[in-house]
Design a protein. Structure first.
Length: 183
């Protein structure tokens, strides 16, 4: 087919409506948004502790060295305490000395959104969960290789799923990254 016929064919598809068929990536996003949803505000208030609510819903920060996961060395993944969406892996966790869990990268890039934050009179980059819209913490450019990033995350915004419970908790697709390391 000549390239001169392709453009009219694409224009025809637009008018017929066939061009609005979602791509694979768009279909994946729809599936994820149905799987990881933000509950109603009243339900969020009921399901979270006061600290979790303050951190995730009011952009708060918990105390350093006095939180659930700052020194957690177990293998598994960390999910949003509000929506359950997978955010970080213990494979990318490192000891930063800050007193909060720190990661070099998200487990799924699209699940962690970045936003400018000018609170406290300084420019920082806030990170939020995509589907739960939970405040997670901040990302800094002083992390180790290979990314050079330090995702400094509040434990109160996370729920840890140990590797041995991934499948039963509905996160079986992440088992492979841990089984490979044990070979």
């Amino acid at each position: 087919m000549s390239k001169f016929y392709i453009v009219p064919a694409l224009i025809a598809l637009l008018f017929i409506g066939q061009a609005s068929i979602p791509t694979y990536a768009e279909s994946e996003q729809v599936a994820m948004s149905e799987r990881w949803t933000r509950p109603a505000d009243e339900q969020i208030r009921q399901m979270l502790t006061p600290t979790q609510y303050k951190v995730t819903q009011k952009d708060g920060t918990e105390r350093a060295f006095n939180n659930a996961y700052w020194d957690n060395k177990a293998e598994g993944i960390y999910v949003d305490v509000v929506s359950g969406e997978p955010l970080f892996s213990s494979k990318d966790k490192f000891k930063s000395g800050t007193g909060w869990p720190s990661f070099t990268k998200p487990l799924i890039d699209d699940h962690v959104l970045k936003k400018s934050d000018w609170a406290w009179g300084m420019r920082r980059t806030e990170v939020r969960s995509r589907f739960g819209d939970s405040h997670l913490g901040h990302v800094f450019e002083d992390g180790p290789k290979p990314t050079g990033l330090r995702y400094c995350i509040n434990s109160a915004s996370l729920k840890f799923i140990p590797v041995e419970k991934l499948k039963q908790a509905g996160y079986g697709e992440f088992m492979e990254q841990f089984s490979m390391s044990k070979q």
